[in-house]
Design a binder for this molecule. Structure first.
Ligand code: COA
Length: 381
């Protein structure tokens, strides 16, 4: 019996990650120009009602506010032109036939291919695909099964949605398959086409989201490439809250009073989210680090969920005990915006190559649910 292999069986690691970034992006300046043109049109069209006090006058958005409140400077999107057309203000995608690869699957496949390539992994050795994302393009067949088919993987796949925490929940699920011996290689794919569920006409949130896809290859250490990240521990938490909500769904599809209601897209009480989630997540990180025997103050790097620069500053400060340098808590918010569950994975993908063997870090997500997930990792020696 091969002792090295048996020692490693059931020990989950991250073998590689992949990233797909849409070519098009919208700067704050372009976004605000379109939004303000829409506001001017709206106010002109409803001038009489506004003067009579029967309709509310819409307010301009501002580039300065967006950057100061969120840290976002631009965001990538799959379909820019209609989003910044003041007469449309939403993405418009051609409906694909059932014989074509669907849009979410297409970008999920692109990210997955990169992850597989970086690990030198043959698809014949992949057992499962989890599509973990905030919104699915359709209820079924599962996006994961379509991605699995497109990649040529012989195994199983399913979709899971825990909003912004989908990727970390997916990593723990994959790690549990490995720990239990049910799989040796699992792809966790997060295609996030957030532009489709953002209300581009809402001043409070029109600047928040961007589109992207990430993939994380979670494997048994026995088959992982030499360069990998040991998963030291994973922890998940959910606490119900209405402060981030999206009521889009098949039950209200034909309900006349729900048509055009803003809560069929993303809505949030941003201030409450900020106040409630920061302490919850900071506490969870410290508690889990201690359970794993890791000094949270000694974490080499934190790849935090990318929703708001201020939130990340506060969380990192509470965990590390000092103001975090960019090197300790890197941001991708400035160019990607909030990419829902993919955010912390983009940060990890782009800012982990320089760490040394033995360095310990944390991938952490948080968002609607509320939900939060931590994945403590150590670069393999
Ligand atoms: N342009 C200019 N001003 C704006 C604006 C815009 N686009 N949007 C809001 N404002 C104004 C508001 O009207 C308000 O004005 P007032 O003080 O006169 O009432 C002021 O700016 C502050 O608004 P507020 O909504 O309290 O801003 P904020 O500082 O809380 O920042 C968020 C807003 C959304 C960026 C911030 O709350 C946040 O990121 N929260 C966490 C969100 C989160 O993580 N969500 C998870 C999603 S997955």
């Amino acid at each position: 019996m091969n002792t090295i292999a048996s020692e490693n069986t059931g020990r989950p690691v991250i073998s590689s990650t992949g990233l797909f970034t849409p070519e098009e992006s919208i700067s704050n300046e372009e976004l605000v120009e379109a939004f303000n043109a829409f506001v001017d049109r709206h106010n002109a069209e409803h001038a009489d009602a506004i003067a009579a006090g029967e309709a509310e006058e819409l307010q301009h958005s501002s580039v300065e506010f967006i950057e100061k409140a969120s840290g976002i400077k631009s965001r990538h999107v799959m379909n820019k032109a209609p989003i910044i057309d003041p007469a449309i203000m939403e993405p418009r995608h051609r409906e694909r036939s059932n014989d074509e690869l669907s849009l979410m699957a297409e970008i999920g496949v692109a990210a997955s291919r990169q992850a597989l390539e970086r690990a030198g992994r043959d698809v014949a050795d992949v057992d499962a695909v989890l599509c973990a994302a905030s919104n699915m393009e359709r209820p079924y067949p599962a996006m994961a099964v379509e991605i699995q088919q497109a990649l040529g993987i012989d195994g199983f796949g399913f979709d899971m949605n825990v909003a912004c925490s989908s990727a970390t929940f997916g990593i723990q699920t994959a790690a549990d398959y490995v720990r239990a011996g049910n799989a040796k290689s699992v792809l966790v794919v997060s295609p996030e086409i957030t532009s489709g569920h953002l209300n581009w006409r809402d001043r409070d949130s029109h600047f928040i989201f961007g589109d992207v896809a990430t993939a994380v290859l979670v494997e048994d250490a026995s088959i992982a490439p030499a360069e990998h990240w040991d998963i030291l521990g994973t922890k998940l938490k959910t606490v119900f809250s209405n402060n981030i909500r999206n009521n889009f769904g098949f039950l209200n599809r034909a309900c006349p009073e729900s048509q055009g209601s803003p809560d069929k897209l993303f809505v949030q009480e941003g201030r409450k989210v900020f106040k409630e989630v920061v302490p919850m997540v900071a506490h969870m990180i410290v508690e889990e680090a201690e359970r794993l025997g890791i000094d949270p103050k000694a974490l080499r790097r934190m790849w935090l969920h990318q929703a708001n620069a201020g939130m990340n500053r506060l969380i990192a400060h509470k965990v590390l005990g000092h103001e975090a340098e960019e090197d300790e808590s890197p941001t991708v918010l400035d160019t990607y915006g909030n990419t829902s569950s993919a955010g912390s994975i983009i940060a990890f993908h782009q800012h982990s190559g320089d760490l040394a063997p033995g360095d310990t870090g944390l991938i952490c997500s948080f968002g609607a649910g509320y939900s939060a997930g931590t994945v403590f990792v150590r670069k393999a020696a």
